[in-house]
Design a protein around this ligand. Structure first.
Ligand SMILES: [Ca+2]
Ligand SMILES: [Ca+2]
Ligand SMILES: [Ca+2]
Length: 181
């Protein structure tokens, strides 16, 4: 196990914290449902109900396909060790292809003004739903918006998400997606 795996394991572990919505140190389908509901609330009337339904089903599909199987001892909860171990074993190319479909469902819901880009306000609302402070959300956004356009494109987000989950590079910009990094 090389240093690259250390960085990936650290990112997956931070991802675990982001997904543990109720903060009990375990992941369950209820955490995913809590995050989805929190996202709906964060966007309020701006959120499109049809896109929300797609985002919700993509989230639960993600849980059922990639997270539930990580529950090695089948007790209904995924521990941090189970979570990181599952990422170590999964085929990262297959996983990241499925992840992009999930990211697209998030993108479509979060892009409330439907201009095909994520603006800083849209990004901050999403981060708020995921328990980041406004300052953390701004720091993350500014680090990712390298050309300072005030927007993230779908392609940029795909690249950052793939870097976050699959790149062992400690300096990959996508590492900043999780404000805890
Ligand atoms: Ca939990
Ligand atoms: Ca378990
Ligand atoms: Ca937008």
């Amino acid at each position: 196990m090389g240093r690259g795996f250390d960085i990936l394991s650290r990112k997956w572990s931070l991802d675990f914290d982001a997904l543990d919505y109720d903060g009990d140190g375990l992941l369950s389908r209820a955490d995913m449902e809590g995050l989805v509901e929190s996202t709906r609330v964060a966007f309020g009337p701006e959120g499109d109900p049809v896109k929300f339904a797609e985002f919700r089903s993509a989230s639960l599909r993600w849980w059922d396909r990639f997270l539930a199987p990580a529950d090695g001892d089948r007790d209904g909860y995924v521990t941090r060790d189970e979570y990181v171990a599952a990422y170590r074993e999964v085929d990262l190319a297959t996983m990241s292809a499925a992840l992009i479909a999930f990211v697209d469902a998030i993108f479509d819901f979060v892009d409330t003004d439907a201009d095909g880009r994520i603006g800083i306000g849209e990004f901050a609302a999403l981060q708020r739903a995921w328990n980041a402070s406004r300052e953390d959300a701004m720091t993350v956004f500014e680090s990712l918006d390298v050309d300072g356009s005030g927007h993230l494109s779908r392609g940029e987000l795909h690249m950052y998400v793939q870097q976050y989950y699959t790149s062992p590079d400690p300096d990959a910009l996508g590492n900043n997606l999780n404000f805890r990094f």
